[in-house]
Structure formats: C-alpha cells, structure tokens
Design a protein around this ligand. Structure first.
Ligand code: 5GP
Ligand code: MG
Ligand code: MG
Length: 179
C-alpha cells in the first residue's frame, strides 16, 4: 500500500468484478432499448475506470472524452470550465457519461445540461463511486460502482493535486498529506 494511503476502500479485484457486472447491465439495458451508447469519459479521473468498463460492454460502442474543471484541492467550487470539448457530435446520440465520482453533483449537472444543449438524445451516467452524503444538486448516476462514506479518496483515476491517479485501488488519503 502507498505510504500516503490511510485505508484501502475498494480493492483492484472488487473494481474488476464490478466492471464485469456493470458492463453486463449496460449491455443488457442498451440492447433492450435498441441503442448504442457513445461513452464520454470525463478527463482525467475516469480513464482507468472507463478503460476497464468498456472492455466489458459487448456492443459496438464509440468513445470520446471531455475535460472540465470545477474542483481545486479538496473542496468543490462554483461553476465549471470546458478545457476539452467532445470531438464527436453529440446530436441525436445516447450518451453514457463516465465519471470517477459523484460528489456534490455540480459537475454532472452542468455537463448533462451542456450535452442536452448540443442535442443529445439521452444522457445517462455511470460512476465508479458515489458520495451521496455530499450531494447538493438534484442529480443521480444511473449506474454506480460503489457508494462510499464522506471521505476524500484517491486512486483508480482519482487525484490529489494530480497525484495518485495510477494507484490500482481506491483509498482514503491520510489527512496529514493535505492538512
Ligand atoms: P462534484 O461536481 O460532484 O462536486 O465533483 C465531482 C468531481 O470532484 C469528481 O469528478 C472529482 O474529480 C472530484 N472529487 C469529488 N470528491 C472527490 C474525492 O473524494 N477525491 C478526489 N480525488 N476527487 C474528488
Ligand atoms: Mg472528475
Ligand atoms: Mg479536469
């Protein structure tokens, strides 16, 4: 375990199992409604999760990425800025947004609104983690990997000042690192 990690919350094996389960559910749901989703990963946090999840979706999906900023250090700030927009047209697409974590819900709400404005037919969300205690916006992830308590976590895409994204598990960052 990394020296800055106080506790592992979700192991690599648990994430892999969950991605198989989520991939199966997504495949079934979209097959049932006759739609092929465009997976849109929010950079950079969604990269490891998206990479694992997409391999378990058995449909001819396409992928794209967006980069938005709204988060600095360990507290959420107001509205968001687009650092990288979609390369694909969102018009008439069934978009499945891929997130690392839903916290206050501000990012999701804004991104969903943007994609709806671009003419997306549908916008659903799959998130590796959900921290419902912190929610301030009326927004839900349609597919959630793990619901966690209100602690600042790192790893499997999640960073603290751009570090720790490559850890193969989700862990709680030691308070002494950011206090
Ligand atoms: P929201 O807009 O829902 O408040 O925040 C979403 C974003 O905040 C996430 O995509 C993530 O980048 C960041 N975030 C929220 N909680 C955590 C956390 O516990 N750890 C890390 N590393 N990032 C977080
Ligand atoms: Mg993020
Ligand atoms: Mg970003």
């Amino acid at each position: 375990m990394h020296k800055d990690v106080a506790e592992v919350l979700v192991s690599r094996e648990e994430i892999h199992e969950k991605c198989i389960e989520l991939g199966k559910k997504i495949t079934e749901d979209y097959t049932a409604k006759g739609e092929i989703p465009l997976l849109v990963g929010l950079l950079s946090g969604s990269v490891p999760f998206m990479s694992e999840l997409m391999k378990n979706i058995e449909m001819d999906i396409c992928i794209d990425f967006m980069d938005v900023s709204s988060y600095d250090g360990t507290t959420s700030v107001g509205s968001i800025r687009i650092d990288k927009d979609l390369s694909t047209s969102a018009a008439d697409r069934s978009i499945l947004l891929v997130e690392d974590i839903v916290d206050t819900g501000k990012t999701l709400l804004e991104v969903k609104r943007m994609l709806a404005n671009k003419g997306a037919k549908e916008v659903k969300v799959v998130s590796l983690l959900d921290k419902p205690e912190r929610r301030t916006e009326d927004v839900v992830a349609d597919y959630v990997g793990f619901t966690i308590k209100n602690e600042f976590v790192i790893g499997y895409g999640l960073d603290y000042n751009q570090k720790y994204r490559n850890l193969p598990y989700v862990g709680v960052l030691k308070r002494e690192v950011y206090e």
